[in-house]
Design a protein around this ligand. Sequence first.
Ligand code: ADP
Ligand code: MG
Length: 720
Amino acid sequence: MHANETDVLTAARTWRYDAIQSPTPSDVVSEVFASDVLTMDELRQRLSKPVWKSLSATIDRGVAIDSSIADTVALAMKTWAMEKGATHYTHWFQPLTGSTAEKHESFVTPTSDGAAISQFSGKELIQGEPDASSFPSGGLRATFEARGYTAWDPTSPAFIMRHSNGATLCIPTAFASWTGEALDLKTPLLRSSECLNTAATRALRLFGDTETASVGSTCGVEQEYFLIDEAFFFRRMDLALTGRTLFGARPPRGQELEDHYFGSIPDRVLTYMTDAEHQLYALGIPIKTRHNEVAPGQYEVAPIFEQSNIAADHQQLVMQVLRNTARKYGLVCLMHEKPFSGINGSGKHLNWSMSSDTGHNLLEPGETPHDNMQFLFFCAAVVRAVDRHQELLRACVSSASNDHRLGANEAPPAIMSIFLGEQLTDIFDRLLAGKSGRSRTHGLLGLGTPVLPPLPRHAGDRNRTSPFAFTGNKFEFRAVGSSQSVSFPITVLNTIAAESINELCQAIETKIKKRQTFEMALVDVLKDVWKRHGRIVFNGDGYSSEWHAEAKRRGLHNIPKSVDAFDRLLKPEIVELFSSHNVLSNRELEARQEIMFDQYFKTVNIEGETTEWMARTQLLPAALDYLAQLASINVEDSRAVDRSIGSVAAACDALSDAIEHLSEQNAELGGDTVHSKAHHMCSNVLPAMQDVRTAADAIERLLPARHWPMPSYREMLFVK
Ligand code: ADP
Ligand code: MG
């Protein structure tokens, strides 16, 4: 038996049953939930009344933390953490790479008499100074001022991360340079929440709401991922180095039977999911759903939505726990947007809405005409925001890996549009057509505006091809990549929504000054939004070529390539948007663009080198071996042998030519700036890689399996 066959059987038979823990009865979940989180309740119980009062002012209203209480809070945190078995603490932050970073410090401090005591001061809680000079800063720090500092975010609770041999107290923090510039993804997210709060509260006041004290965005993220056996993973250099397969002929069976979607979850996978969920519950992450996705080997998990800042932190933990836990079951969790060509990719559906501190969802159609007008107002603000900032929305989900979904042959397309559903679209249409102030029949407030029919929360015509869909009481941003941090996309949504809400408020206020009633002003403003921005609404098939033509007619942007999307980030209106809302300064935005280009360049560069390496040292030699074997067959006049030699030799030539061409492109760096390098990768290296792949995949179909030096798609996708 050759190596491949052994792997397949090993993978199929011997996953580690011993890793299964005793099943968790569901009634224990309530005990487990948030058991490793220092919840507000827990913290309150551990602090004196005055200290809690001071701290909660910081948490609830963003009042600067009183440093005199810091030591007390730190002591309470340390005591709690040590009771949970923690020996170390870390400031946990989100650098601009999109992952999370941690540097553990022990609680233990040696004393002069040779003993050791445990220590954790207020200073250490509030501010850390990781030697973080290797994190990308996009030019925000020169090396001589390379230090950044982390600052405690008291609005996201501290938690315990466990590993087989201990536990660590994790303190969510922001990460900034000494000059005060944000070096992370959390800081702008917090700033954007603040500007959304200001704008939405202003709007609610216009609607006569005097109760709401604050508004924040809410967020629930559906995460797609693949699982494959680790025996396959480690035998594929491409998966191990780049997270995706750079080669692989499509098997005779892909996902066309669609029998995997919502199918019964394989036992091994379900056991894994249960384990991961259990850990996520302990971290206070309200995981709600799990199911098989469309592609074989693809799955999805989703929590109940939470306040955005917390949801973003939790999303990072979901990815981390899914990845780490897989190994216990002999699996590897692939978060890449397109691990397998020709098979559906993975995305992340970012469900987003706005909600008041009184618990009212601003995107929930209401019971009364007044509520409905308020709903239409916020809905219109989002329509306007998405239309105005198509390019920014495209840019904030751009990466080398997400290009395999957006703009490639897969939904959602690289064109931003909104699915509103027939009914809601019709309501806006009728609003626009209505003669305000006239018709009283079926009228709302006597303004000729229709009363909303009840909108189905889960309409049957759910549109899976739309990048941005209204799904009953929230918007679902579906273009986000599966491996991506949701922090920047949320920041963008908060900021563009705030801008539009403010501008609509401004328009209404101006009309009121000119003696229009609020209702008349509101209807005029909504009509105006629909007239100018209704073009962004598209309820049809976003995947079809008709839509591409139609979108062009409507003047919508179609940006299939990330490198072109990055370029748009510094357009004047985007710079102005972020700076006027104090979310990102010009320099901070430039830094982000720089890092996006840089990451793109590095990602494709590594893929290009890996493609060349594998093709040259593994695939071509395998084919030549087979060719040699064929040539040594000592039979005369065999059409089979002649044909085989002919086709294998021709395929080897094609592969060899393609390798030489890729090699030239790899040797070329594409200039001196990250921009030109990224463009070189996009225009020259990617196509050259594709040619190598096409030639190699053709050979895979010609070679006997025992000659093919790595696991095939069939094996990776169908052995569970
Ligand atoms: P589907 O998209 O399949 O209909 P669900 O209805 O389960 O899935 O919702 C998907 C996600 O949307 C879940 O994480 C859910 O918590 C989240 N969600 C629901 N309501 C809101 C809201 N008001 N704000 C943000 N996210 C929400
Ligand atoms: Mg969904």
